[in-house]
Design a protein around this ligand. Sequence first.
Ligand code: COA
Length: 265
Amino acid sequence: MSYQTLLTHLDNGIFTITINRPDKLNALNKQVFTDLDAAVDEVYNNADIKTAIITGAGPKAFVAGADITEFTGLNKDEAMALAKRGQDVFFKIENSKKPIIAAVNGFALGGGCELAMACHFRLCSENAKFGQPEVNLGLIPGYGGTQRLTQLVGKAKSMELQMTAHLIDATEALQSGLVNHVTTAETLLERTKDILNIIMSKAPIAISKIIECINIAVVSDSSFTNGKNGYDKEIQAFADCFITEDMKEGTAAFLEKRKANFTGK
Ligand code: COA
C-alpha cells in the first residue's frame, strides 16, 4: 500500500514506517494519523510482516509534535475527538501482537514523544531530544503522554518535564529509562534491525504473549476500566485547556514565532 505522508518498506520481515513530512519536522496532522492507522493495520494483517520500526524522515526530527496549525478554531468537542483519535491509534500500536519499535532520529516532542512511548521500546540517535512542551502552548499532552511518560520515567521526573517543558537529550533519555539504547545517526536503523532480528529468531506466539502480559502490568485503557482512568482524564483535561485564552495565546505565539504571554484565563 502507498501512503500520502508515510514511506513504508518491507525487508526480511521488518516493516519500516517512516513519517515523511520533513519540512514540517514530521508533525502529526490528520492525514498522518489516517496513514499511520492504516499502516499499523498492515502490521496486524500482513503475515509477511513480523516486526515494525517507526522512524522520521530527514536528519532533524522523529516527530516534532501534533500539527499545531490544525489546533486553530477547534471547539471543546473537537479537541476531545482529536485527543481520542490520537490515543486510539497509539493504543493500536501499543497492543500490536508484533513488536513495533521506535527509532528516534531527532526531535521527539509532544505527540512525537507520545508516539515513541506507545511503541514497545525505543532506540535513539545521539542528536535526539525528547520532551512534552505542550505547557508552552497553554496545553497538556493529549495522546497518552501524562500516562506513559510517568510509567517510563517515574512520577517526579514526569511532573518536572511536563511542568517545565524541558527537553532532554539522548544521554538523559537513556539514564531515565525512556530509551533502551543510543546510537550514532548513521547506525540507528541498523542497530534497531539487529535487535529485531534477534526477536524474530524467537517464538512469535511467545513474543505476542510477552507484549500482552507486560501491557497488562502498565496499561489501563478504557476497555479494562469503564472509561475511568488516566487516559480518559487526559482527554477531558486536554479539552478543558483547549478552550482557554492561554491556549489561544500559546498556539498563536508559536505560529507567529514569538514568546507567549500567559494570563491564567
Ligand atoms: N506543528 C506544526 N508545524 C511545526 C511543528 C508542529 N508541532 N513543529 C515544527 N513545525 C514547523 C515549523 O512551523 C516550521 O515551518 P515553516 O518552515 O513553515 O515555518 C518547520 O516545521 C521547521 O520548524 P522550525 O521551528 O523552523 O525549526 P527549529 O529548528 O527552529 O525548531 C523545534 C525546532 C522542534 C524546537 C520547533 O519547531 C518547535 O518548538 N516545534 C513545536 C514543538 C511542540 O510544541 N510540540 C508539541 C505540539 S503539541
